[in-house]
Design a protein around this ligand. Structure first.
Ligand SMILES: CC(=O)[C@@H](O)[C@H](O)COP(=O)(O)O
Ligand SMILES: NCC(=O)COP(=O)(O)O
Length: 251
C-alpha cells in the first residue's frame, strides 16, 4: 500500500507567528497517527522558522512510542547531521535550503555536492537512519543519489503541483512524465521511491498512480484543510484519494 507521511511543520508556523506555546506540532502528530498516517515528517530548518529542536525531541519520542517512523528533513550541514545523529530518527531526508526562500524551491544537487552528501549519508547511516535525498526527477541526480549511498529518493512534486493548479496542462503533463520516468529509473537502481511537496486533493491522484512510489509526504495543504474539516478528516480524504488512484491504475 502507498504510505502517507504527514508533515506537521506548519502547525509550528502558526505557533511561532505569536510566539505562543500552542498549537503543538506533537499534538498534530498524535492525531495524524491516530487517523491512519503511516509516519510523521518534520523539517528542522536552519533558521528554525517553524519546527524547533525541542519539537524534534518530542516527535522522536512520540514516534518511538507509537512504533511509527519519523522522517527528519534537514539541510546538509554539520550542525544538522549532529542533531540527527543524536535523535536517531527512522529516516533522514537531506534537502536543499536557501535562507531567503519561502519554501523548498528545488531538489538537492547531488551531482555537484556528491562528496559532501556522501559524507553526510555515511554518517547518518552509522546511527541506523535510512537516508533519503530530496531531488528533482532527473536521471543524473537519481544516479548520483544511488552512487552516494542513499537508500531512498524523494522526488520533488512542487513544479508539477504548481503547473497543475495554474491550469498549465501541457507543462503539468510534461513534468508528470518526468516523475514517472524518474520513479522507474530510481526503482531500477534499487532505490526506494517517495514523492512530495505541494500535493493537494486535486494533484494527489496522478502522483499516487505512479507504481514505483511507495510513500507520499504531504503537509502544507493538509494543515490548511484541517482548519476547515479537522486533521483526521483531511487525512482520511487524502488517503481515500491515494488508494483510489492506486486501484484505478492497477485495473
Ligand atoms: C522539503 C519539503 O518539501 C518540505 O519539508 C517543505 O520544505 C516544508 O517546509 P517549508 O514549507 O518550510 O519548505
Ligand atoms: N517533503 C515534502 C513534505 O514533507 C511536505 O511538503 P508540503 O506538502 O508541505 O509542501
Amino acid at each position: 500500500m502507498l504510505r502517507l507521511g504527514v508533515n506537521i511543520d506548519h502547525v509550528a508556523t502558526i505557533r511561532n507567528a505569536r510566539g505562543s506555546s500552542y498549537p503543538e506540532p506533537v499534538r498534530a502528530a498524535e492525531l495524524a497517527l491516530a487517523a491512519g498516517a503511516d509516519g510523521i515528517t518534520a523539517h528542522l530548518r536552519e533558521d528554525r522558522r517553524h519546527i524547533s529542536d525541542a519539537d524534534i525531541a518530542v516527535l522522536t519520542d512520540l514516534c518511538l512510542k507509537r512504533g511509527k517512523p519519523l522522517n527528519f528533513e534537514m539541510a546538509v550541514t554539520d550542525e544538522m547531521v549532529g542533531i540527527a545523529m543524536n535523535a536517531r530518527p527512522h529516516a533522514a531526508c537531506l534537502v536543499p535550503e536557501r535562507r531567503e526562500e519561502v519554501t523548498t524551491e528545488g531538489g538537492l544537487d547531488v551531482v555537484k555536492g556528491a562528496n559532501r552528501i556522501a559524507d553526510a549519508t555515511g554518517r547518518l547511516r552509522t546511527v541506523g537512519a535510512r537516508v533519503s535525498l530530496f531531488i528533482e526527477p532527473d536521471h543524473a541526480q537519481i544516479q548520483a543519489s544511488a552512487d552516494v549511498g542513499a537508500q531512498v529518493v524523494e522526488l520533488h512534486t512542487g513544479a508539477y503541483c504548481d503547473a497543475a493548479r495554474a491550469g498549465e496542462t501541457e507543462r503539468a503533463a510534461t513534468i508528470l512524465e518526468r516523475l514517472k520516468s524518474g520513479a522507474a529509473f530510481a526503482a531500477s537502481l534499487g532505490l526506494e521511491v517517495h514523492a512530495g511537496h505541494g500535493i493537494d486533493y486535486a494533484t494527489v491522484k496522478p502522483v499516487a498512480a505512479i507504481a514505483q512510489i511507495v510513500e507520499l509526504n504531504i503537509g502544507h495543504f493538509l494543515i490548511g484543510e484541517a482548519i476547515f474539516v479537522g486533521l483526521p478528516q483531511a487525512i482520511l480524504r487524502m488517503r481515500t484519494l491515494m488508494d483510489a488512484a492506486r486501484l484505478e491504475s492497477a485495473a
